[in-house]
Design a binder for this molecule. Sequence first.
Ligand code: PLP
Length: 365
Amino acid sequence: MFDDLHLDHILLTPGPTPIHPRAQQAMMRGMLGHMDPEVFKLNREIQDDLRVMYGTEPEAFTALLAGTGSLGMESGFANLVEQGDEVLVCANGSFGRRMAEMAARYGARVRLVTAHLGEAIRPEDVAAHLDGVQMVAVVHGETSTGVLNPVPEIAELVRSSGALLTVDAVTTAGMEPFHMERWGVDYAYTGAQKCLSAPPGLAPVAISERAFARYSARRTPTPLWYCDFEGLRDYWVEHTYHHTVPVNLHYAFHAALRAALEEGMEARQQRVGEVGSAILTALTPLGFSHYVKRPQDRLPTVLALRLPEGLDDAAVRRALRQREISVTGGLGPTAGVIWRLGLMGEAARPAPYRALMRALEDILG
Ligand code: PLP
């Protein structure tokens, strides 16, 4: 079992983030059945709040999938792609590549638009490959490199081409501006454990009318039964049984999302910006520098920092962990080169980063 309860653990990873106290408390509620009228009322409130978070049209369909962010990703391809469809995937990091792999598994002919590591996708590269494409997929905030892709510009191009647009909003929705309707996004998803500081295990999704129309025109049934859009609608709108949703996670998610909306998206965005620039100012004298060169390409919610020359990545992170502080290193090609500090949800507070600074000064002497 655990050495202790880790109640004071300082979690500065790019997900999961520290659980919001109101979500933690909501987890204590007694269990109700997934068909209970009170749960349906709670679900309706979650759906309404998600429409606000995603900036959808008032009638757009929102729901929680019982799985992590990857299930949100997979459900989009499973429902909206059929054998032989041309899908253009923007892949400038690990999560863009995950999208490409999933699209291929659901029968898509995948075209890739790439960029160098640490650089954003260029809209003109998307424009050059749009001909004959049924869907474009892009990660808004590429967690593996700390890059923000220009979704509004890409969306404008996609909309005029007639293709559907799927956006991975895992590190952005709930913390950074996200305007599904205004931008023209057809399918968006995130993970509960990221910007909302709810426990992992739920993927909030938003599906446009256009996406539903594409789904309805499928020649073959959705191969992933668990997340079939019609099955979701049966439970979330018609209130008929589809599968047993994790009610206790819904309680916590509801509380965390309410807390986020009460704080307001602009206030949250400002909080991320302030904590991010304070930590960068504090770490620069220790030799850390921004990994993403162009300021407009920087994802505010995941600070990707190049490590100082000679810093022993694994040893320093081990020493931090002994002091109950978790930070994350690079992924794949950036392992040993960068750290990725999470500034999502409850992680974007000055106190945990002050604790990190004190610990680093102690460890690095
Ligand atoms: N997309 C992005 C951008 C992510 O950062 C992550 C996880 O870090 C995922 C998808 C996958 O989410 P999960 O690990 O919750 O399945």
